[in-house]
Design a protein around this ligand. Structure first.
Ligand SMILES: [Zn+2]
Length: 479
C-alpha cells in the first residue's frame, strides 16, 4: 500500500501569487497532499519525472462553447479532450437558448437538465456552465439556478439586439428566440443579480458581457459592405471596430454602477477596449470588474491571416492587429487583464466557407492555452510564470467561485495540474490539438513549452501527446 497515489517529482512548481519552488508534489485522494523538497518515489503508486519541467496548476479555461455548432455530447467529448493538450483541467462553458446550441427556447428548468445529461460522463476535464438569460422568464429563474445548479455566472451579449451571431442577419429576435433583448433587458438581469448577490454574500455572482455595440456595428458594416474592398478579416474588423467595444463597455459599466452588479468584460480585443475597461474600473471603484482576453486577440493579426487566405479566423470580436496584440500583452503583464481564455468554439471549415458575412464565427484554441502563454508570454516577453499561472488558472478560479478547489497547487486543492516541457518546440498542426476542428488559425506557428502530462483530479489524463483513459471530468457546482 502506497502512501500517495501519484508523485510529481523534481519539477519547478509554480504557485500563483507566491512564486516558484523546485519540489516534489504528492497526490492522494484526488487532492494535493504534500509539497516537499524530497518525497521518496517509493511512497507513491505512480511517479511522473518532472525534472527540468514546469509544474503548473491546471488551467481553468473560463470561456468555452461546448455544443454551439455540433452535437453537445460529441463536442463535450472531443473538445474537452483538446483541453488536456493545453494543460486545461477545467472548462467553464457558455450555454444559451436561441439559434445554435439546441436551437430552441424555453425555461432553463426544462432545458438545463437536458444539457447536463448530454455532457455527463463525456468531459475529460471538470466543467461548469455560465448561462445567458435570453428571456424575462429566464431572468426570473436565476435564484433557482444559483441554488439548485450552483450557477453563479451569467452572460449578456450586447450586439444581439441588432444582429445574429454571424452579423449576417438583423432579425435579432429570430436569433435570440426571446423577448426584447436590449439595454432594458440587460438592466433587468443586472438588477436581479444584484438582488440575489445581496442574499448570498458568500459567493461572487457575476455578469459576463460580450461588449460590441450593435447600432454602431450597423453603420460600419454597411460601410464595409458597400465600400468595394475585399470582404476579408480586415473588413470584418472594420465592420466591428474597437469603437463599438468602447461604447458597449461604457453602456454596460454605467448600468452596473447603478445596480452594483459584478462584471466580467469578456474577450477584450483591442487597446481601446482594454483602456475603456480600465477607465470604467477607475471611475466606478465600487463595482467589481474583471477583464478577460483571449489567445487569439493576444497573438493574431488580421492582415497576416488574410495573406494566408480563408475565413477560419472570423470571430467575435474580430481579430485586430499586432499593435493591439501588444497592448493586451501589456495588460497581462501589469495585471489589468484578469485572465486569458480560449473562447473555444469548434467550428468546421465547411461552416466558414468563402463568404465573409454568412461564415460562422469562432474557432477552437483550448489546446494552446498554456503553450501560447508560456511560449509567447513567458519565453518571448518575459512575463513571470506566476503571472502566467494567475491568468490561466488562479484568477478565473477566484472570479467564478472555484478557488480552494481550483487555481493553485497548495495542499488541499484538487490535484489538477500540467507538467510543461519548456524546451519542447512544436509547429502547430490540427492533428496535434486532438480537437475535431479541421483547421486552426494558429496553424504553422512555432510554439515552445507544451504539456507532456496533464493530471485531472489526481489521475493522469494525458501523457506525451495521447489521452489516457476515459473521460472522468465532474460537474462543478459553484455555489
Ligand atoms: Zn465566446
Amino acid at each position: 500500500m502506497h502512501r500517495y497515489d501519484l508523485l510529481v517529482k523534481g519539477g519547478l512548481i509554480v504557485l500563483p501569487y507566491h512564486g516558484e519552488i523546485r519540489a516534489d508534489l504528492a497526490v492522494s485522494g484526488g487532492k494535493v497532499a504534500a509539497i516537499a523538497t524530497e518525497i521518496p518515489a517509493a511512497e507513491a503508486a505512480e511517479v511522473i519525472d518532472a525534472t527540468g519541467k514546469i509544474v503548473l496548476p491546471g488551467a481553468v479555461d473560463a470561456h468555452f462553447h461546448i455544443g454551439i455548432y455540433r452535437d453537445m455530447a460529441l463536442d463535450a467529448f472531443e473538445e474537452t479532450r483538446s483541453s488536456l493538450v493545453g494543460g486545461a483541467t477545467t472548462v467553464l462553458t457558455y450555454f444559451r437558448t436561441g439559434q445554435h446550441y439546441l436551437d430552441r427556447t424555453g425555461p432553463y428548468k426544462q432545458i438545463f437538465p437536458e444539457v447536463l445529461d448530454a455532457v455527463a460522463g463525456r468531459c475529460f476535464t471538470d466543467y461548469g456552465f455560465h448561462l445567458a438569460p435570453m428571456t424575462v422568464e429566464q431572468i426570473g429563474e436565476i435564484p433557482q439556478l444559483v441554488e439548485e445548479h450552483g450557477i453563479t455566472s451569467y452572460k449578456y451579449y450586447m450586439f444581439y439586439k441588432g444582429f445574429d451571431l454571424a452579423a449576417n442577419s438583423r432579425d435579432a429576435q429570430a436569433f435570440t428566440m426571446g423577448d426584447e433583448y436590449d439595454l432594458g433587458h440587460l438592466f433587468l438581469i443586472m438588477e436581479q443579480l444584484a438582488a440575489v448577490q445581496a442574499a448570498r454574500p458568500d459567493v461572487r455572482l457575476s455578469l459576463s458581457l460580450h461588449c460590441e455595440q450593435s447600432e454602431l456595428m450597423r453603420v460600419f458594416i454597411d460601410r464595409v459592405q458597400r465600400g468595394g474592398a475585399p470582404q476579408n478579416l480586415r473588413a470584418y474588423s472594420e465592420g466591428r471596430p474597437p469603437l463599438t467595444e468602447r461604447v458597449a463597455i461604457a453602456e454596460a459599466t454605467t448600468l452596473a454602477s447603478h445596480t452594483g452588479t459584478n462584471l466580467n468584460l469578456l474577450h477584450l480585443s483591442s487597446a481601446d477596449a482594454l483602456g475603456a475597461a480600465a477607465t470604467a474600473r477607475d471611475l466606478y471603484g465600487h463595482v467589481d470588474m474583471r477583464f478577460e482576453t483571449t489567445l487569439h486577440h493576444l497573438c493574431l493579426d488580421h492582415d497576416e491571416l488574410d495573406a494566408r487566405g480563408g475565413l477560419g479566423g472570423k470571430v467575435n470580436p474580430p481579430i485586430r492587429t499586432r499593435e493591439h496584440n501588444e497592448a493586451l500583452w501589456r495588460g497581462v503583464r501589469d495585471g489589468v487583464v484578469g485572465w486569458v481564455a480560449s473562447d473555444h468554439a469548434c467550428c468546421m471549415e465547411e461552416h466558414k466557407g468563402d463568404q465573409l458575412w454568412p461564415a460562422r464565427p469562432g474557432f477552437g484554441g483550448t489546446a494552446l492555452l498554456y503553450p501560447v502563454l508560456v511560449s509567447e508570454g513567458h519565453l518571448r516577453r518575459g512575463i513571470p510564470l506566476t503571472r502566467i499561472a494567475e491568468v490561466a488558472s488562479a484568477n478565473p478560479a477566484k472570479a467564478y467561485n472555484l478557488w480552494g478547489r481550483k487555481g493553485s497547487l497548495a495542499v488541499g486543492f484538487d490535484a489538477d495540474l500540467t507538467v510543461v516541457d519548456p524546451e519542447l518546440t512544436r509547429t502547430v498542426t490540427t492533428d496535434l490539438l486532438l480537437s475535431a476542428q479541421d483547421h486552426c488559425p494558429f496553424e504553422g506557428a512555432e510554439v515552445t513549452g507544451w504539456p507532456v502530462a496533464t493530471v485531472v483530479g489526481g489521475r493522469i489524463a494525458y501523457r506525451d501527446g495521447e489521452v489516457v483513459g476515459e473521460p472522468a471530468g465532474a460537474y462543478l457546482q459553484r455555489n
